[in-house]
Design a binder for this molecule. Structure first.
Ligand SMILES: NC(=O)c1ccc[n+]([C@@H]2O[C@H](COP(=O)([O-])OP(=O)(O)OC[C@H]3O[C@@H](n4cnc5c(N)ncnc54)[C@H](O)[C@@H]3O)[C@@H](O)[C@H]2O)c1
Length: 415
């Protein structure tokens, strides 16, 4: 088969690589010319795809900026971003742009699948009419479906092949073709009856995480007031063999998905005269966590008769999660901005993020980072950071990830 992938990011590039590794001919399209050049040079910019793996594909994965190159594909999968506007409403701009461009080259018999996370109804009400501007009819001249992506960057125990893939087609024939395509790269296909069910499945998964993280974050704030160790409580609750699922508190939610996707559903729900209060409340609690973290740092410094203003505060881990360098919506950036506004002298250590141009900072080596530090703040706990050494050497340690559990010290504060 000849498979087109629109959007060569965290979702699109691994997907293109998977099809190419199965022997299919893949055309990867991106509007970012430097990404296209990198892919064609076998130079990966996605951490989960080593450059050697990309280079080994040779001609089987060809990247382009020209939509016309998709005209002879059997199937085209769209994986463009679905962000929020500054007012936290769905921004379907990239999706609409890519659908319009695709309509200009769409051919009879092609299968178009959407993988971008979005609210129920997007495939049928937005994508299909745009594609039909080609003069072709969905369901008869070409096929359409939705299949959410479940990739979790940095995860190695589940891959694209071993993670069940949810698929919903517009018509039975659309569905059949979509399932047939994904069987090439996934072992377990979960069939749902409509694109809307597939769209909402993805949002349920993300809302579930967001709400549960907010719940445990709220308890962390309560525990702080009550003088109870939240980590001890979570560890103990997690011993229940049924009816409880562990979620850890933290400095707030980051990444492209959890801080964004639930609001797609909340926005759509309003059109149906429904308020999704769990979603809004979870967003409020999680977005408030960086402010709580700054207050904890302030109180921590206060115990040593110091102010945030003028103190050297070193952040350990600035990406949004452990083991990756992804900075999108990272709570560390918000915490740093707030501390900076309060006069802190900031530095950071993160081997996954060499520099933070917006702060004019570069990651300092572990030892250098601790030189002259008034406080070390663990915001993202990357593996390989020697937490014991951190506690031994820093005059004040504030741990928002619970990785210092088991260490006792007067100058150590945990969320
Ligand atoms: N990253 C994840 O782990 C993940 C997981 C599940 C779902 N998703 C969803 O998948 C979608 C894509 O996310 P991502 O993380 O891969 O985004 P990304 O930003 O990493 O990549 C998207 C790519 O699309 C390109 N692009 C933007 N507009 C385009 C256009 N009009 N035509 C062609 N290319 C265009 C961008 O240049 C970029 O390279 C989003 O809806 C996201 O919510 C992401």
């Amino acid at each position: 088969m000849r498979v087109g992938i629109v959007g060569l990011g965290y979702v699109g590039l691994p997907l293109g690589v998977a099809f190419a590794e199965e022997g299919h001919s893949v055309v990867g399209l991106d509007v970012a010319a430097q990404r296209v050049e990198a892919v064609n040079a076998g130079d990966s910019y996605i951490e989960d795809i080593p450059s050697e793996r990309l280079a080994a594909l040779g001609e089987r994965l060809h990247a382009t900026t020209r939509y016309a190159d998709l005209a002879n594909c059997d199937a085209v999968i769209i994986a463009v971003p679905t962000p929020l506007t500054p007012n936290r409403e769905p921004d379907l701009g990239p999706l609409i742009g890519s659908a319009r461009s695709l309509a200009g080259v769409l051919q009879k018999g092609q299968l178009v699948l959407l993988e971008s996370t979005t609210y129920p109804g997007t495939t049928r009400e937005t994508l299909v009419p745009l594609l039909e501007e080609s003069g072709l009819a969905a369901g008869t001249d070409f096929n359409v479906g939705f299949s959410p992506e479940r990739v979790d960057p940095g995860r190695t125990d589940f891959t694209l092949r071993t993670t069940p893939k949810v698929v919903g087609g517009l018509t039975p024939e659309c569905h059949r073709r979509a399932v047939e395509l994904y069987r090439e790269v996934c072992d377990n296909i979960v069939e749902v009856s409509t694109p809307e069910a597939a769209e909402l499945t993805k949002l349920l998964e993300n809302v579930f995480r967001s709400v549960n993280i907010a719940l445990v974050n709220e308890l962390a704030i309560l525990c702080d007031r009550m003088g109870i160790d939240i980590w001890e409580v979570v560890d103990a609750a997690a011993t229940k063999p049924y009816g409880f699922m562990r979620f850890d508190p933290g400095p707030g939610m980051g990444g492209h998905c959890l801080p964004v996707d639930p609001f797609y559903l909340a926005w759509r729900a309003r059109e149906f005269d429904t308020q999704t209060e769990f979603i809004e409340l979870a967003g409020e609690v999680n977005q408030g966590m960086p402010y709580f973290c700054v207050e904890r740092v302030t109180r921590g410094l206060n115990t040593q008769a110091k102010a945030v203003n003028g103190s050297r505060i070193v952040i350990f881990g600035v990406s949004y999660k452990a083991g990756v360098g992804d900075l999108r919506e990272s709570p560390a950036l918000k915490i740093m901005r707030l501390l900076g506004e309060r006069g802190a002298d900031l530095a950071y250590h993160d081997e996954h993020v060499p520099s933070l141009p917006t702060f004019g900072l570069e990651s300092l080596p572990f030892d250098q980072a601790l030189e002259g530090a008034d406080a070390a703040v663990i915001v993202t706990a990357h593996p390989g950071v020697d937490v014991q050494a951190l506690v031994d050497r820093a005059p004040l340690v504030i741990d928002f990830r619970g990785v210092t559990r088991g260490i006792r010290a007067d100058h150590l504060i945990r969320l």
